[in-house]
Design a protein around this ligand. Structure first.
Ligand SMILES: Cc1cc2nc3c(=O)[nH]c(=O)nc-3n(C[C@H](O)[C@H](O)[C@H](O)COP(=O)(O)OP(=O)(O)OC[C@H]3O[C@@H](n4cnc5c(N)ncnc54)[C@H](O)[C@@H]3O)c2cc1C
Length: 388
């Protein structure tokens, strides 16, 4: 029996680690392969740090060889191009193919530009380590160019940073961007009051998934940091160094970061799998892909039926638990037992809002400021410890 897992993110990696941990129960007859386009696992929930304040951005990746050196999982590097369910095969971009008995799709998500003209060309996304490095370099280049130019209009544009999307990602980016560009500016001899950082959100709230007290806290933190928050503001189009809203406001900025939504990789729909409007593959309560007996999905690329508590959030904490659940479900399947349905444990997130600031209600106790920031760091340290 060969289980092929595609995507070594939070969901796929966890399934592989858990399958290995429980290998005594299934013996030698089970072969597990983990395939990813990169030779490393990306700590996506720390990418905003890699793009800004992290002293060493390489800390947000962990080589798969390190994680699996003492685990009975085959690691394979390659980019999946197509899934062929009838042939039980996955085709890679370089022409190779891999066959499977059971397949787990854990491909995560890509930036969703929501058909906004110019957004893919003129904004910077933050979904991968490579994109985080590109953003980090871009920010540094803008500040350096601003220090050199003698054109005051250009200097103003280069020192303006716009983040589109006031959800978890956008708020976490804004919180780190302020101290990061302030330090770069100070080094380049630029006054702090020349920097402009704007956060644009289509809805009337920041962190709309969180509770009202947390929305208000995030707003207060950004007021104190000097981030200008524009609520009820929808982007109509983007051009080079310019963002236009549906209410005819224009933001001229050297850096426009797009953190306004995600969608699943197109290859899932292109492979003929059942997908939703965001390209996520539809699964049942067992995380089995609709109409596919041998294919399962977890994490951001899976469209999981909502529960009475609402839709399942696309977060690392949910992806991890889905990955863990699937290890048990796959083992049950292999042993001919009935799998258990996936019952999401309702988790509340802790969202960082810059060094020493965070907000969340993870244990039913509202936390803000340094205690919340310490808890956030603790969660990340715990997660790293589970990889080794
Ligand atoms: C800046 C930022 C901050 C965040 N902060 C938090 C947070 O604080 N808390 C939280 O819970 N969540 C957070 N999230 C969300 C969280 O990171 C995602 O929900 C999580 O990464 C989803 O896990 P996943 O396993 O589904 O996908 P991913 O972790 O994205 O993994 C997908 C994997 O699939 C691989 N892959 C994709 N396509 C292919 C292909 N064609 N061929 C081969 N391999 C492929 C990728 O290389 C990747 O390794 C944050 C996200 C961002 C962007």
């Amino acid at each position: 029996m060969h289980i092929l897992i595609i995507g070594a993110g939070y969901a796929g990696l966890r399934t592989a680690i858990e399958l290995d941990r429980r290998r005594a129960a299934y013996g030698e007859q089970l072969e597990v392969t983990l395939l990813d386009q990169h030779p490393y696992h990306q700590l996506v929930q720390e990418l905003h740090l890699a793009a800004t304040t992290a002293p060493d951005p390489t800390n947000v990746i962990v080589p798969l060889q390190t994680i699996f050196q003492r685990r009975a999982v085959q690691v394979y590097q390659g980019r999946v191009q197509r899934i062929e369910p009838l042939a039980r095969r996955v085709r890679l971009a370089d022409g190779r193919s891999l066959s499977y008995d059971r397949l787990l799709l854990a491909l995560g998500a890509e930036t969703n530009y929501a058909h906004v003209p110019g957004a893919p060309q003129h904004t910077l996304p933050l979904r991968s380590y490579e994109q985080a490095l590109r953003l980090r370099d871009h920010i540094a280049a803008c500040v350096e160019a601003a220090a050199r130019t003698t054109d005051p209009r250009l200097r103003r544009i280069l020192l303006t940073f716009v983040i589109v999307g006031g959800g978890y990602t956008g708020c976490q980016v804004a919180g780190e961007l302020v101290p990061h560009v302030s330090t770069l500016a100070a080094t380049a001899g630029i006054a702090r009051n020349e920097l402009r950082i704007a956060l644009i959100e289509r809805n009337g709230l920041l962190l709309k998934q969180a509770e009202p007290w947390a929305n208000a806290y995030a707003q207060r933190v950004f007021d104190d940091l000097g981030v200008r928050v524009y609520l009820h503001t929808t982007v109509a189009r983007v051009a080079e160094q310019a963002l236009y809203t549906t209410t005819n406001q224009v933001f001229r900025a050297g850096t426009i970061i797009w953190a306004a939504g995600i969608r699943a990789p197109a290859l899932l729909a292109d492979s003929g799998l059942a997908t939703d409007a965001l390209g996520r593959v539809r699964v049942d309560r067992y995380l089995r892909v609709e109409e596919q007996a041998l294919i399962f999905a977890a994490g951001d690329c899976a469209s999981i039926p909502a529960t009475v508590d609402g839709p399942i959030p696309a977060t690392a904490s949910y992806a991890l638990r889905q990955g863990e659940h699937l290890a048990g479900a796959l083992l049950a399947d292999v042993q001919g037992q009935a799998p258990q349905p996936y019952t999401p444990l309702r988790l509340r997130e802790v969202v960082s809002l810059g060094p020493g600031a965070a907000v969340g209600n993870p244990l039913g106790i509202p936390l803000t400021g340094i205690p919340a920031a310490l808890l956030k760091q603790g969660i990340e340290t715990w997660y790293r410890s589970t990889l080794l």
